[in-house]
Design a protein around this ligand. Structure first.
Ligand code: SF4
Length: 211
């Protein structure tokens, strides 16, 4: 099964500087199809939980109380890269805006909540070495295998060729049944054709025909 490196705090682990997490439920869907490898660069760097927050300023990682922790962040990024190489990880989903993880944006170093475009230290290492790095705000649905559409079976109707008839079709007529009136006997006697007696109807007019 393919492996994906994921920021530990996105998985619900309380590794943030304030002891909280950034749980990202979408990862649960990925668990079905991938081996999820959690990684927190700041914890790997040996920093405590909770800890003083840090931001990148002029290429260095500086804590809010002014301590330069760049070396620790670089060491953690190196560990992340080694892990990716060891486990053949080619994809990572990292928390955006973090000075370690952020693959799209980071804070500007003023600790005022300002965000600028840029990479966290670990994200930068991984991107530079060919790992595809995404963040939780990206559309990650492409990582889920497509559901196969139900194949529709085509119904084909065989065309039957018309049967050629050599002889014309015989039609059978119902034999005409002659009905005669009671006067039929009289017809035999005097040789005259009797009138056919129709059923009596109101306003019915008998029309004589010449024999
Ligand atoms: Fe989360 Fe990355 Fe910060 Fe660790 S370093 S808490 S994984 S954003």
């Amino acid at each position: 099964m393919e492996k994906i490196l994921v920021s530990a705090c996105l998985l619900g682990e309380n590794t943030r500087y304030d002891g909280k997490n950034n749980y990202f439920p979408f990862i649960e869907k990925l668990r079905v199809h991938y081996d999820i490898v959690p990684f927190c660069p700041e914890v790997e760097a040996g920093l405590s939980i909770p800890r003083v927050p840090a931001e990148i300023s002029h290429g260095s990682v500086i804590t809010k109380d002014g301590k330069d922790v760049t070396k620790l962040y670089n060491a953690a990024a190196e560990k992340a890269l080694q892990l990716c190489r060891l486990l053949n990880i080619k994809t990572a989903i990292l928390k955006d805006r973090s000075p370690a993880c952020g693959p799209r944006n980071i804070h500007d170093g003023s600790f005022n909540g300002n965000v600028i475009e840029g990479h966290g230290i670990t994200a930068h290492y991984l991107i530079k070495n060919g790992v595809k790095v995404y963040c939780e705000t990206d559309n990650l649905s492409f990582l889920l295998p497509e559901e196969k559409p139900v194949e529709k079976k085509e119904v084909t109707v065989e065309k039957k060729e018309p049967i050629e008839r050599k002889e014309p079709r015989k039609t059978f007529k119902k034999p005409y049944k002659k009905t005669f009136s009671k006067d039929h006997k009289d017809f035999k006697k005097d040789g005259k054709k009797p009138f056919h007696k129709f059923p009596k109807k109101k306003n019915f007019r008998r029309v004589k025909k010449d024999v």
